[in-house]
Ligand binder design. Structure first.
Ligand SMILES: O=C(O)c1ccccc1NCC(=O)[C@H](O)[C@H](O)COP(=O)(O)O
Length: 308
């Protein structure tokens, strides 16, 4: 274990086996010398050396949410436990020809406030009937109205793969995702930085797919280097909440030009079929929350949005 005295969080030991330490005082920290991240091939499935995650570098709205999640999971057991491969695979569901829909169970958000008092299972069943290929379930409680039960209910009631949508800052959150029956977890490069590779390996160890989310070129390069198989490009800048639908086509093209052969997902801000024209023929899937969740008829909204 290593103490750090800026507002870093330090992992020591293996992942699984890492420890989360919020720093208190003000002496030298690993940031000054640059954080050290062991590469997956160095550790044969478990991190043997020390990793520093500096969550204090995450700015804006996202930074506040992440800080809360760090406190929520402080002291949690970091052991990942035994692999528990999901029977329904997100990657396979999205790789089919055409533009797939990941429909999100989203009751509230920082940008919208309350969206709709959804019953998660009823919403997911409606999305499934409306042609969705997968369901995203927010489990963050304070800003999105999510919880574990929402995910459990969805997993138990639909046949589609479910994504745990949360702000993963601790390996326990991956173990929970597997325990709750998710097929995949969201990993945000804006939050995890270079440690994305370790969390990706943790997810894969558990048998989860991972949606590795990026918002700019630098984050895309990190996701590619980490070995992501599913990359999501978020049109929403999560520090300012500004949406720009040009972000996804730009980064998806860049990923393909770099030789990425995996699944590409365009995320956020899609409200009408016309909004999707920029990613049709480019993205494998779109992730849509607010416009579906806030509609009067979720099944029809899903179907109408994806209509050609
Ligand atoms: O949605 C927000 O306001 C938000 C704020 C801060 C962090 C994350 C946030 N949303 C996560 C997402 O990106 C979306 O839930 C997802 O991509 C769907 O977006 P949308 O269709 O625009 O609801």
């Amino acid at each position: 274990m290593r103490a750090c005295n800026c507002s870093c969080v330090i992992w020591t030991g293996p992942l699984p086996g890492a420890r989360l330490i919020p720093a208190q005082a003000n002496t030298a920290c690993a940031r000054q010398g640059g954080p050290r991240y062991p590469r997956p091939h160095d550790r044969g499935g478990a991190v043997k050396s020390e990793t520093t995650l500096d969550f204090s570098r995450v700015p804006g709205v996202l930074g506040r949410i992440v800080a809360e999640r760090v406190v929520d999971y402080q002291g949690a057991d970091p052991a990942l436990g035994e692999p528990w491969p999901a029977a329904r695979r997100l990657e396979a569901a999205l790789a089919a020809p055409g533009l797939a829909l990941i429909a999100e169970v989203k009751r509230a958000s920082p940008s919208q406030g309350a969206i709709a008092p959804l019953d998660p299972l009823a919403a997911a069943l409606a999305y499934q009937a409306g042609g969705a290929a997968a369901i995203s379930v927010l489990t963050e409680p304070r800003h999105f109205g999510g919880d574990a039960q929402a995910l459990r209910d969805v997993v138990g009631g639909v046949t589609l793969p479910a994504l745990r949508k949360d702000f993963v800052v601790h390996p326990a959150m991956l173990r929970e995702a597997a325990d709750w029956g998710a097929s995949a977890a969201l990993l945000m490069v804006s939050v995890l930085g270079e440690a994305t590779a370790e969390f990706l390996e943790g997810a894969h160890h558990l048998g989860l797919d991972a949606l590795v989310e990026v918002h700019d070129e630098r984050e895309l390069d990190v996701a590619l280097a980490a070995g992501a198989r599913i990359i999501g490009v978020n049109n929403r800048d999560l520090t300012t909440l500004h949406i720009d639908l040009e972000v996804s086509p730009r980064l998806i093209r860049r990923a393909r030009e770099a030789g990425f052969a995996g699944v590409l997902v365009a995320e956020s801000g899609y409200r009408t079929p016309a909004d999707l024209t920029g990613v049709r023929g480019l993205a494998d899937a779109v992730l849509v929350g607010t416009s579906l969740a806030g509609s009067a008829n979720l099944e029809r909204a899903a179907r109408d949005l994806m209509a050609l």
